[in-house]
Write a protein that binds this ligand. Structure first.
Ligand SMILES: Nc1nc2c(ncn2[C@@H]2O[C@H](COP(=O)(O)OP(=O)(O)OP(=O)(O)O)[C@@H](O)[C@H]2O)c(=O)[nH]1
Ligand SMILES: [Mg+2]
Length: 201
């Protein structure tokens, strides 16, 4: 167990109104506003936590989902360690737009290895009785688009909110451990002209 705190940047993306700001505010301040205003640009809040013995400062970046704010949010994607793709289970269009959000992030964050980037998908507002997207459908999308973890949340009821952010941390730590493992497993032979060994990264 390392004593040093790790700073991780996670970014919340998804259509306007799906509950990104509400999830961040529920997690950091434990408050919920049923009359929340749309976000303009980006905002961020920090929260310290411990996951599997690692101390982490989570820097949560909340973005404006409305299309007209695209140019204000995209400059902040670079350097994100994890992306939380968020939709609302009572809004089918927000689910269908997940692929667009994924592409927008990969492009503007300039992700070099999209296949291994840690995305987590959140289906928010599960307290609502009328759903337009089933759990199975969302899980299938996650499996088919990169095998991402899927969590159903309610910022209103505080269902799975902490679990979702902890999962984001776990995903980042898993990628980090894999990289460390790869680097330790590779010795560089300066005398050999051919590339030796197989790569796991
Ligand atoms: N019932 C219910 N309402 C929610 C939940 N999360 C957010 N809301 C409501 O949905 C509306 C939009 O929430 P926001 O958090 O502002 O949505 P957003 O994704 O940040 O929207 P933009 O800032 O425009 O991108 C607000 O009226 C919230 O009170 C939830 O889990 N359940
Ligand atoms: Mg917002």
């Amino acid at each position: 167990m390392s004593g040093k705190s790790l700073l991780l940047k996670v970014i919340l993306l998804g259509d306007g109104g799906v509950g990104k700001s509400s999830l961040m505010n529920r997690y950091v301040t434990n408050k919920f506003d049923s009359q929340a205003f749309h976000t303009i640009g980006v905002e961020f809040l920090n929260r310290d936590l411990e996951v599997d013995g690692r101390f982490v400062t989570l820097q949560i970046w909340d973005t404006a989902g409305q299309e007209r704010f695209k140019s204000l949010r995209t400059p902040f994607y670079r350097g994100a360690d994890c992306c939380l793709l968020t939709f609302s289970v009572d809004d089918r269009q927000s689910f269908e737009n997940l692929s667009n959000w994924q592409k927008e992030f990969i492009h503007y964050a300039d992700v070099k290895d999209p296949e291994h980037f840690p995305f987590v998908v959140l289906g928010n507002k599960i307290d609502k009785l009328e759903r337009q997207v089933s759990t199975e459908e969302a899980q299938t999308w996650c499996i088919e688009n990169g095998n991402y973890p899927y969590l159903e949340t309610s910022a209103k009821d505080d269902t799975n909110v902490a679990v979702a952010f902890e999962e984001a941390v776990r995903q980042v730590l898993a990628v980090e451990e894999q990289l460390e493992h790869c680097m330790l497993g590779h010795t560089i032979d300066l005398h050999s002209s051919s590339k030796s060994g197989s790569s796991c990264c």
